[in-house]
Design a binder for this molecule. Structure first.
Ligand code: KG4
Ligand code: ZN
Length: 339
């Protein structure tokens, strides 16, 4: 069966075609990022995001059909992100998916966005096998999950306030870097001197697998105030201090989660998974901890349509019934354990 996947939960429009047939897999995927549109505002403007999804969906659908050589008539089901995310942005993708499915006479597969992220490593050339522990670190979420199989996710720990990517973005803003600031802050940190600015490691010794990152941002504000006029080198030192602190906490908790689970595989998903220092530290520790760490390809780390098509396909294969196209609702707030 050919599954069309639609992602529109935030500021990326993603469309993909995934075939469940033998020798199939991901046939094509296309993405439009709205980052440049939101840049001027220092963050995502929900109304602009919704309107841009409207503009992008049809061209992206045409593109994946052309790239895969498939026709609309071959689509057997339409998967789309039902939540969590921005209500208006979700509504655009859901309405598009439901209307298209109704016109084609095929069912729909509403998907949880985080389920897409958790399963995305299965799209890579070197996929992990169930069960594994996933460190999901994006702009909206920071969670440690035990992924037993499709639809079987156990929350091991999560952030009590800001998500890791959100902390990167807010700190980057404080340092005068653009939006989204995570990658820019990471680049600046490469020039920073180790331990020149030592920031707290929030909840490192909390004894559980939860995170808290909002205090780190406050520590940066305080440090910037203390310094008064900040030189370029001092800015880089602060970026380095921030990154070292957040990475140490993420690595320590992720390794602890793997050890507590008794499993040997760790998967890193979500935009912050692109962070080079996080990868360096995880790689360095994984050998001693005797675990294998998996990073999905960058294009599948951040939001994309392929992970939604895959999640829909795997859910049908696992026996979850598809929904008749037509009536629908989106779920802007939706705990993964509630699927
Ligand atoms: O998964 P994602 O694309 O979108 C969400 O679902 O949120 O993650 C985006 C987040 C942003 O906060 C961005 O600043 C962060 O991932 N990010 C990074 C890096 N690349 C992206 N954070 C730190 N270092 C990076 N290299
Ligand atoms: Zn995401």
């Amino acid at each position: 069966m050919l599954v069309l996947g639609i992602e529109s939960s935030c500021d990326e429009t993603g469309v993909a075609l995934y075939s469940t047939d033998a020798g199939g897999g991901l046939l094509a995927h296309a993405l439009h990022s709205q980052v440049r549109m939101h840049e001027d505002y220092g963050g995502v403007v929900p109304e602009l995001a919704s309107r841009d999804h409207v503009r992008r969906l049809v061209p992206l659908l045409r593109q994946v059909l052309a790239d895969s050589g498939c026709s609309l008539a071959e689509i057997g089901a339409v998967a789309y992100t039902q939540g969590p995310g921005l209500a208006g942005a979700l509504l655009v993708g859901a309405a598009f998916a439901e209307a298209l499915a109704a016109s084609l006479g095929v069912p729909t597969l509403p998907v949880h966005h985080l389920e897409g992220h958790l399963l995305s490593p299965l799209l890579s050339r070197n996929p992990p096998r169930f069960p594994f522990v996933a460190l999901l670190v994006s702009g909206g979420h920071s969670q440690l999950m035990r992924v037993v199989g499709v639809g079987e996710y156990e929350l091991m720990g999560e952030t009590l306030d800001d998500a890791a990517g959100e902390a990167f973005d807010k700190t980057a803003k404080l340092l005068g870097l653009g939006y989204p600031g995570g990658p820019a802050l990471a680049t600046l940190a490469e020039r920073g001197r180790r331990d020149e600015v030592r920031l707290p490691r929030p909840m490192l010794k909390s004894g559980d697998l939860n995170f808290s990152f909002s205090g780190l941002k406050t520590a940066v504000v305080t440090r910037v105030r203390e310094l008064g006029a900040v030189s370029d080198q001092q800015r880089a030192d602060i970026a380095r201090g921030f990154q070292d602190a957040i990475v140490e906490v993420l690595v320590s908790k992720a390794l602890r989660a793997v050890s507590e689970s008794g499993l040997q595989q760790l998967v890193v998903a979500g935009g912050v998974g692109a962070n080079r220092e996080l990868r360096r530290q995880l790689d360095a520790h994984s050998a001693t901890a005797r675990i294998a760490v998996f990073y999905p390809e960058l294009e599948f780390c951040t939001d994309n349509g392929a992970m939604i098509a895959l999640a829909g396909a795997l859910r049908t294969q696992a026996g979850v019934p598809a929904k008749p196209a037509g009536a629908f609702a989106v779920r802007p707030r939706w705990p993964l354990t509630d699927t």
